[in-house]
Design a protein around this ligand. Structure first.
Ligand code: KMH
Ligand code: ZN
Length: 271
């Protein structure tokens, strides 16, 4: 079985400091949290930027500062979000891709997102995929609903996405696919052989789905973007604490954890 790739989703666009006081929001805090997660065993950081007021931003400049600060500390793979917040325009969302990061997310369909709608029209999915391909950025396909897998496979047919495809099943978002074991199994059975996949279980689905992924040969995403608690009603101390738990479980289950360079090898990323 491949070594386990752990992604730390540090900040997200929705969580606030009042909900999770240890949420990293400034470029320095985000870089510090990325380094702590790297030391704990994460090989990818999924990054959302915030402006000086702590609001989500897709600013090229802020992502640049964050990327440079993380890269000054360690060789973890930096994966900016192109999802941003539900109210960002597609043009805003695409900005961090211009930094030519090694990876970026690519959401492959529209769904409800709490009381909002997360819009991803075919036109913009294709635009995002085309630009990532031109710049040599490896997409992580964000799948919130089963049909989004088919949308990604259509990109492959159109020559806009290379195989093997790397999927992230984001399960448990209110308004989209729930985070049950059956839902994860259905997703895993729906992707072509040779694909790689990770799972981001939202809220209380985080740890159970992570354990399933460790056993099934998938990969794992944890972090405050997806879940701010360590136990029911008990806030996690840091993103790194959530990574440490996955490393411990994985080792107990006999699966080794990938370094960033091993993750690059598994995902076919050339530096
Ligand atoms: N914040 C969500 C609306 C991504 O990062 O690519 C979208 C999101 C997906 O978080
Ligand atoms: Zn995100």
């Amino acid at each position: 079985m491949q070594k386990l790739i752990i992604t730390a989703a540090l900040t997200g666009a929705e969580v606030t400091k009042s909900q999770q006081p240890n949420l990293p929001v400034t470029p320095d805090e985000i870089a510090e949290a990325a380094y702590a997660c790297y030391q704990a065993g994460a090989s990818i950081v999924h990054v959302h930027a915030r402006d000086k007021e702590g609001n989500p931003t897709q600013s090229y400049e802020v992502y640049k500062e964050i990327k440079e600060k993380i890269e000054a500390k360690c060789n973890i793979i930096v994966q900016p979000s192109t999802g941003g917040a539900t109210w960002h325009t597609p043009e805003e969302r695409l900005q961090p891709v211009e930094l030519r990061p090694e990876m970026a997310t690519l959401s492959c369909g529209t769904c409800n997102f709490g009381s909002d709608v997360f819009m991803n029209s075919e036109e913009y999915i294709e635009k995002f995929a085309k630009r990532m391909k031109e710049l040599g950025v490896k997409p992580e396909i964000e799948v919130f609903e089963r049909g989004m897998i088919e949308n990604a496979l259509r990109l492959v047919k159109k020559g806009l996405l290379d195989t093997p495809v790397h999927f992230d099943f984001v399960l448990g978002v209110p308004g989209a696919c729930p985070g049950t074991p059956e839902d994860l199994m259905h997703m895993v059975r729906s992707i072509p052989p040779g694909s790689t996949w990770t799972v981001a279980g939202i809220g209380r689905a985080e740890t159970p789905l992570a354990v399933m992924a460790i056993i099934l040969g998938g990969h794992v995403r944890v972090g405050f973007e997806d879940n701010i608690y360590y136990h029911k009603g008990v806030l996690a101390e840091s993103n790194a604490q959530l990574v440490e738990r996955i490393v411990r479980i994985s080792k107990e289950l006999g699966r080794e954890v990938a370094t960033p360079d091993e993750a690059r090898e598994i995902l076919g990323i050339r530096r």
